[in-house]
Write a protein that binds this ligand. Structure first.
Ligand code: ADP
Ligand code: MG
Length: 703
């Protein structure tokens, strides 16, 4: 058997050589023939079509024309020389220009010959031209060869200037195919999958993705390769998940006992929602399996995640273990502390708070009680991750707003328990679209609270432009007179903190003019304040000492002031959808009807309009996340960037949801039946996973 051609180092490809090989390695990490083939085109030029010169206009974009070369003149001074040519077809002419390599082109081109030209139409005044077009002699005899979908590859300046632009790479790729045999592209999917899904063979698909002859062929190739990519990704994620479940034994929380029952029967101040009950059940059943739980709990703001978290901690206590709840900021930790001590009042459960600002004797006492086991629940910030914090027996660790903690930080939590790692529950209020969750958290268990507590009135959302400010403030005044409180939020512009403040300060002045002391008190909070000052202002607002909170987005996460019922967002067009959703979640937490007013300038981009319209249309976080995914693509969704899971070659999570779902289902079916891929029917899968499978390890070990 000959070696697989695709493993040949790229420098041995005809037309590459050591210098270009070096560039390919550095620029796009291509080391072998296989590497070059696995960079797929991101679009195709339809070279089956020709435009006519008379139809061209400044917005034509990239076009292909064929015609006769009419004039060829060098214009301009020596160093600014440019070659100007005219191409004429039956309908008119277009000018072609070369600034670089002008002399070379002058020698190469021949007036009177026919050419095929491809490039982008530019306009200077009313004159149209194409600079540096791709140009090729028209060969009547075999012109069908020139009619095809030409692949366009992702490129860089360096590649372009080394003859490794799309045109150059097309030749190289074609060179590989000229030498390759079908056996160089062994099939990696079992026949039963190919038949079931009507997928074309791998060898065919890879050739067609580079050089499709028809639209239909391209479709079939892309379908096959997208499925393959998503399927192996899911298979890897599920292998990880099952592997971890085998490896990581967990504490067995056998029973639900007195603490839980006492709380449930006598303390809980409301009826749990159906979703809360279901999720608690899911978690409970996880924690008694003897396998470490790794569960993500998604739930919109206000869906009651804290209560779920608390009740799970009570189960840990009932089984003789300690639990902790970690929040990303002091304010949030304090808030959890307040609500948890509130809920547990009168019960024999010891709860304490550990943050960076707990110091001295107080801190020492907490650490002692924690180590001795006197303390049942520790609430806090990342201060809990620090080394001197030692638990007696940590059984359950809950983290809130997961994407704010780094992986390394979270890994520390694992080490806080011995002999086994604690059960892990991660709570997030950032809804993630299903397709994304399947991939990002494909190796985790996911619970969703998809129901808000009864009697919540959905926040009414309105869009107002700057010229309606007087009426917006009038409305605000009326609500404040009823005793409500309001947030006015300004965007944070990361590139310019100065501009932020200016924005906020100007806004603040106008708010102060409209809402003067002593009738109104205003709190101001922004990112450049010291944490202690921030907390102080937040606290005043929470206590009702101030009526209006003017802030940048620092209030985004988790702050709970039920009496605040108005959220005014300034420069709405500068916020992303998920941020807007988070901000709106700050209101609508009490019994009163709440309002969210989205202020913007009059002129808006299409995308801003769509974002605002989405906010006005729905309060459902999952719907909003889906819209965000469609508008901005998966890379923009919170928490996805660092994961690397989304470096997909061909599939697009925003568009290929159905393929993904199929891939996930089939991968699960296969893993359930044949977890080690040992059966004869699955040998191709095993071989592929062993040799080329996604290196999925540790992607989303959430804790
Ligand atoms: P999340 O953390 O999911 O945003 P919280 O746990 O802070 O939500 O709950 C928001 C508010 O709703 C809290 O004031 C909480 O007491 C209340 N709450 C939680 N569950 C229920 C329920 N089942 N019925 C009524 N109110 C609830
Ligand atoms: Mg919360």
């Amino acid at each position: 058997m000959r070696n697989n051609l695709l493993d040949t180092p790229i420098e041995y490809l005809k037309g590459v050589g050591p210098k270009r090989a070096d560039i390919l390695k550095k620029e796009i990490e291509v080391f072998t023939f296989r590497g070059l083939l696995s960079i797929y085109p991101f679009r195709y030029i339809d070279k089956t079509k020709f435009e006519s010169c008379s139809q061209l206009h400044p917005e034509s974009g990239e076009v292909q024309i064929k015609g006769v070369l009419r004039r060829l003149t060098m214009e301009g001074q020596s160093r600014r020389k440019r070659l100007v040519a005219k191409l004429r077809d039956d309908t008119g002419t277009i000018e072609l220009v070369w600034f670089q390599g002008a002399s070379y082109m002058q020698d190469k081109l021949v007036v009177g010959k026919s050419y095929v030209v491809y490039g982008r139409v530019n306009s200077y005044g009313d004159k149209l031209s194409i600079a540096h077009p791709e140009i090729e002699e028209l060969r009547q005899a075999n012109s069908s060869e020139q009619k095809y979908f030409a692949p366009v590859y992702p490129s860089t300046d360096k590649l372009n200037s080394s003859g490794l632009d799309s045109k150059g790479r097309r030749k190289l790729v074609a060179g590989i195919f000229a030498k390759a045999q079908a056996s160089d592209f062994p099939e990696n999917l079992p026949d039963y999958l190919l038949q079931k899904l009507k997928l074309i063979p791998r060898a065919e698909a890879i050739r067609a993705i580079h050089f499709p002859k028809t639209e239909k062929e391209l479709q079939a190739a892309s379908n096959r390769l997208k499925f393959e990519e998503l399927f192996f990704l899911q298979l890897g994620l599920l292998q990880n998940k099952y592997g971890r479940q085998l490896k990581n034994k967990g504490y067995v929380f056998e029973h639900v006992g007195e603490v839980f029952h006492t709380f449930f029967e006598t303390k809980i101040p409301f009826e749990l929602t159906g979703a809360q009950k279901r999720v608690i059940k899911e978690i409970r059943s996880d924690m008694k399996k003897g396998v470490q739980m790794n569960r993500l709990l998604q739930g919109d703001v206000g869906s009651g995640k804290t209560m779920v978290g608390l009740m799970c901690m009570l189960i840990a206590i009932d089984n003789g273990f300690q639990a902790c709840m970690v929040a990303p900021t002091e304010i949030l930790a304090q808030q959890h502390m307040d609500s948890i001590t509130g809920y547990l009042e009168g019960m024999d459960v010891r709860v304490d708070l550990l943050t960076g600002s707990v110091k001295g004797k107080n801190r020492k006492a907490i650490l002692e009680d924690l180590a001795s086991g006197d303390l049942n629940i520790l609430v806090g910030t990342h201060a809990i991750f620090e080394d001197p914090v030692v638990f007696h027996n940590l059984g359950l660790a809950i983290t809130d707003e997961q994407h704010r903690f780094g992986v390394a930080q979270r890994a520390k939590l694992w080490k806080k328990a011995s002999p086994l790692p604690p059960h892990i529950l991660v709570m997030t209020a950032t809804p993630i679209p299903r397709t994304l969750a399947m991939t990002l958290y494909g190796d985790l268990d996911v619970s969703v609270i998809d129901e808000l507590p009864m009697g919540r009135k959905p926040v009414q959302t309105m869009h107002k432009t700057e010229n309606h400010r007087a009426s917006v403030f009038g409305f605000l005044r009326k609500e404040l007179e009823k005793g409500r409180q309001a947030y006015i939020v300004y965007p944070l512009i990361e590139e310019s903190e100065k501009l932020d403040l200016l924005n906020l300060e100007e806004g603040l002045e106008s708010v102060q003019r409209s809402f003067p002391r002593p009738d109104y008190e205003i709190s101001v909070v922004h990112g450049r304040m010291k944490p202690a000052d921030k907390d102080f202002e937040m606290q005043r607002f929470k206590n009702g000492e101030t009526q209006i909170m003017v802030a940048t987005t620092v209030i985004e996460v988790g702050v709970n002031v039920p009496n605040a019922s108005i959220m005014i967002i300034e420069n709405t067009e500068r916020f992303g959808l998920s941020q807007l959703h988070q901000l709106r979640g700050r209101v609508g937490r009490g019994a009163e009807q709440s309002y969210c007013i989205l202020m913007s300038s009059f002129k808006l981009s299409a995308e801003s309009k769509e974002r605002i319209a989405t906010m006005v249309r729905t309060t459902n976080g999952f719907e909003i996340a889906e819209a965000d995914l469609k508008l901005r693509g998966p890379g923009a969704i919170a928490g996805t960037r660092q994961s690397g899971v989304l470096d997909l070659k061909i599939a697009d999570l925003a568009k290929d949801g159905i393929i993904l779902q199929t891939a996930r289902q089939l991968a699960k079916l296969i893993m359930d039946k044949d977890p080690n891929l040992a059966s004869a029917a699955n040998q191709r899968l095993k071989w592929w996973m062993d040799n080329y499978g996604p290196r999925a390890k540790g992607w989303s070990k959430i804790s």
